[in-house]
Design a protein around this ligand. Sequence first.
Ligand SMILES: [Zn+2]
Length: 248
Amino acid sequence: MNFNMSLPGLEAFRIKKTVENGGVFQLHVELDVKPHRCPVCNVLTKKVHDYRTQKIQHSKLFVRETLIFYRKRRYKCEQPNCEKRFYENNSLVERYQRQSKELKQAIALELIHGKNFKSVASRFNISSTTVMRRFDEVGSSFLKETEELPSVIAIDEYKGDSDGEKYQTIIADPVDRKPLEILPDRKKETVETYLKEHGQRVEMVVMDMSPSFKAAVDQALGRPIVVADRFHFCRHIYWALERVRRKE
Ligand SMILES: [Zn+2]
């Protein structure tokens, strides 16, 4: 089947087959053969050893649940005294994961940025980024003045202006899933100043930012804090929600 459309998260992949099964969209994909460096001896190889098909949960495509069947290739080092076997590099999924990076990202965004942005976005058929930009333009008047931040906060950056070049920082409550504050840039000093004023109760920060940024947060709060990356935090929340659901 010819499938020339580039799908999010699958740009590099060749889509071999698409099947719709019980409302679930199934995509069979693989990458082209290309020289890979042996992780042991660093020699380039194109020698294919074998394939294994990995089933991956992906973000919805065409409003359908999507499963990817990734025919993952293993190469074999061409160096006779090495012959190391190793998987090809891919941008779709991390090792030992069953969800694609794209899906993980989508879940994280929904959790961090709160549901309202998303529902507004789908209602108006525009991107969430656009919604957030509008939200920001109206001004922080919608955001209740946060005197004191909760014990768990999320710090995230996003492209705020219309050219998509200027970054802003969003401080959110990842438990109640609502934004608390939007800071005008992503400078460490800006975040530091804000946290010094409002962050005395903060114990945990969820963020995917650089180590130097963590240092800035520590310094602002005058003590070391726990930093979780979004994916682990989302899993934690997901489990908590599952427990509640089962009880009911
Ligand atoms: Zn080798």
